[in-house]
Design a protein around this ligand. Structure first.
Ligand code: BES
Ligand code: MN
Ligand code: ZN
Length: 496
C-alpha cells in the first residue's frame, strides 16, 4: 500500500510534503533552509514554525521546492521523542491533511533521521497514526456526513537502503490502526442494529476476508454445552445468544492457541437490577471487548504472525421480561460451578465465565479476557487507563510490553487471596456474582479468574477506556477501539 520513491525532498513534486522538525536543526532541515534561502528562519523566530511536539504548520512553498505545500510536524528534541510521541504528532498531521482534503501526501524520510527509536518502531507508529487519526465514525443521518478518507501516502528518501523495512513497518502500523477502526465502528453501532446475530455476521465477514475458520454456535448448541451462565444473561431476551469462535492458525500445526475472550453484551439494561435512566445510556458499548478482539483479528489477518489464536465471544443482550433471570437465582455454569445471582447487572462476568471454560476445553494455552466490565475501574483509573489483573506475571509482562509498544496505558490491580475467597462467599452456591461494592472492579476480575483456573490469564477491564470523552490526537470523541492494537501486538510478540 505504501510506495517508496528514491528522490530528494526538494525536487519531488507533491501536493503536500510531510516534514519532521526537531529542535536540533540538522541534515534535512538545513537543506530545506538552504532551499528557502534562509527565509524559514523568520518563521522560527516569529514562532509561526515550531519544533514543539505536535505543532503542525502548513506552508505554501511558492516554488522554492517542488512540493506545493509543506506540512511541518513538530517533533521536539530527538533524544526525547518516544514512539508514542511520534505517533501522536503524526496523528495531528494526518488529521490536518484530512481536514484539508489532501488526497495524496509525501513523507520526507530524511527529515526523520537521528531518532532514538528504531526505524521499525517509528514507521509503525506513523502507519498507526495514518489509520487512526482521520477516522470518522459511522452515523445514520439521512443527509450523509463525511466519511473517513485516508490521504494516500508516498514515502521518499535519498537512499533506498531501508526501503523494505520502512514500507513493511508502515503497513503493519496501518493494519493495527485499521483493526482499532473496525472495533470503533462496531462499538458505535446501536444495539438495535448490533444484536448477537449481527455481531456474528460481522465476524463472519472478517473471517472470510482473512480466511479464518469460524464457528458460530447457536442457542441449541450453547444449551447442549451447558453454558448456564451465558444462557442466564440471555434469558430475558427475544434475541438468541451466539458464541462466536474464530481461529487463525499461524503455526504449522494447531497447538497451544492463545485465546482472546471478549465480552459481547450488545446492550446492557442491567436486567432486573435495572440501570437508571442516565446509566443505561451508552450501554450499546458493552460489546467493546468483543469488538476489540474482532479488530485485533482483522489486524492479525493482515499481518500474519506465526502464532495460533482463537477468539471466543459470548454475545447477547441483557434484557428484562417475564422470562429473565433474577437476583437470588442459582445457575450452573459450563464448568459445573454453581453461581448465586445477586445482581443481574453483573452479567459480563457470567458470559465471560462460560466463554473462558469453552476456550479451555478447546485447548487454550493462555487466555486474555477483555471487557467493559465495571464502573469501578472507571472510578479507580479514569478514562485513559485500562485495568488489568493476572494469575501469571510472565503472561502479564508480555501484555504490558505490547501495550508499551502501542502506547495504550495499563495499570495492574491486585489479585490477593482474600479477593479470590470473596467471590466464593455464597451460602447457597459456589460463587457469588456480586459480593460487594468495595473493590468491585477487582472482584469482577477475581470472578473471571476463578474460571481461568490455572491457565495463564490476563484480564483487561476497558469500561473506562472504550470511549473517549473528547476528540484526541489519534481519533474522534467516542469509541476508541482500545486494546485492539495491543492484542494484535501480543500475538506478534508471541510469534517472535
Ligand atoms: N457494563 C457494565 C459496566 C460499565 C459501566 C461499562 C459503565 C461502561 C460504563 C457492567 O455490566 C456493570 O453493570 N457493572 C456493574 C457491576 C456491579 C453490579 C457489581 C457496575 O460496574 O456497576
Ligand atoms: Mn451490567
Ligand atoms: Zn455490562
Amino acid at each position: 500500500m505504501y510506495i517508496f520513491k528514491q528522490d530528494s525532498f526538494t525536487k519531488f513534486e507533491t501536493e503536500a510534503l510531510l516534514f519532521g522538525v526537531f529542535m536540533e536543526k540538522e541534515g534535512a532541515s538545513r537543506a530545506l533552509d538552504e532551499a528557502f534561502e534562509g527565509e524559514l528562519q523568520f518563521l522560527y523566530e516569529s514562532g509561526d514554525l515550531s519544533h514543539e511536539r505536535g505543532q503542525i504548520m502548513k506552508l505554501h512553498t511558492f516554488g522554492k521546492v517542488s512540493a506545493k505545500r509543506i506540512y511541518f510536524v513538530g517533533l521536539g528534541k530527538q533524544e526525547e521523542l518516544t514512539k508514542d510521541g511520534l505517533r501522536k504528532a503524526f496523528g495531528k498531521a494526518f488529521k490536518q491533511l484530512a481536514n484539508d482534503q489532501v488526497e495524496h501526501a509525501t513523507l520526507a524520510v530524511d527529515s526523520l533521521t537521528g531518532l532514538q527509536i528504531s526505524n521499525e518502531d517509528a514507521f509503525e507508529a506513523i502507519g498507526e497514526a495514518h489509520a487512526l487519526s482521520p477516522f470518522v465514525l459511522n452515523t445514520y443521518h439521512t443527509e450523509k456526513k463525511k466519511d473517513t478518507v485516508f490521504t494516500e501516502l508516498t514515502v521518499i528518501g535519498e537512499s533506498k537502503e531501508s526501503e523494505s523495512e520502512i514500507t513493511k513497518a508502515l503497513n503493519i502500523g496501518f493494519a493495527l490502526g485499521e483493526g482499532a477502526n473496525v472495533a470503533r465502528r462496531l462499538v458505535n453501532t446501536p444495539g438495535n442494529l448490533m444484536t448477537a446475530t449481527d455481531l456474528a455476521a460481522f465476524a463472519e465477514g472478517v473471517a472470510s476476508k482473512h480466511d479464518f475458520e469460524i464457528d458460530i454456535l447457536n442457542k441449541e448448541e450453547i444449551e447442549s454445552l451447558g453454558m448456564g451462565a451465558l444462557l442466564a444473561v440471555n434469558q430475558g431476551s427475544d434475541e438468541p445468544p451466539k458464541l462466536i469462535v474464530m481461529r487463525y492458525q499461524g503455526k504449522d500445526t494447531w497447538e497451544n492457541p492463545v485465546a482472546l475472550v471478549g465480552k459481547g453484551i450488545t446492550f446492557d439494561t442491567g436486567g432486573y437490577s435495572l440501570k437508571g435512566k442516565e446509566g443505561i445510556i451508552g450501554m450499546k458499548m458493552d460489546m467493546g471487548g468483543a469488538a476489540s478482539t474482532i479488530g485485533a483479528m482483522d489486524a492479525i489477518g493482515s499481518i500474519k504472525p506465526k502464532e495460533n489464536v482463537m477468539t471466543v465471544i459470548p454475545a447477547t443482550d441483557n434484557m428484562i421480561s417475564g422470562k429473565a433471570f433474577k437476583p437470588d437465582d442459582v445457575i450452573v455454569s459450563m464448568s459445573g460451578k454453581t453461581i448465586e445471582i445477586r445482581n443481574t447487572d453483573a452479567e459480563g462476568r457470567l458470559a465471560l465465565a462460560d466463554a473462558i471454560t469453552y476456550a479451555k476445553t478447546k485447548g487454550a494455552a493462555k487466555v486474555i479476557d477483555i471487557a467493559t466490565l465495571t464502573g469501578g475501574v472507571v472510578v479507580a483509573l479514569g478514562n485513559q487507563v485500562t485495568g488489568t489483573m493476572t494469575n501469571d506475571d510472565e503472561w502479564l509482562s508480555t501484555v504490558q510490553q505490547s501495550a508499551g509498544e502501542t502506547g495504550e496505558l495499563l495499570w495492574q490491580l491486585p489479585y490477593f487471596d482474600h479477593y479470590k475467597k470473596q467471590v466464593r462467599t455464597s451460602h447457597i452456591a459456589d460463587l457469588n456474582n456480586s459480593p460487594g461494592r468495595a473493590g468491585h472492579a477487582i472482584l469482577a476480575g477475581a470472578f473471571v479468574g476463578d474460571f481461568a483456573e490455572d491457565t495463564p490469564w490476563v484480564h483487561l477491564d476497558i469500561a473506562g477506556t472504550a470511549m473517549a470523552e473528547s476528540e484526541h490526537d489519534l481519533g474522534p470523541k467516542g469509541p476508541t477501539g482500545v486494546m485492539a492494537r495491543t492484542l494484535a501486538k501480543v500475538i506478534m510478540n508471541e510469534a517472535k
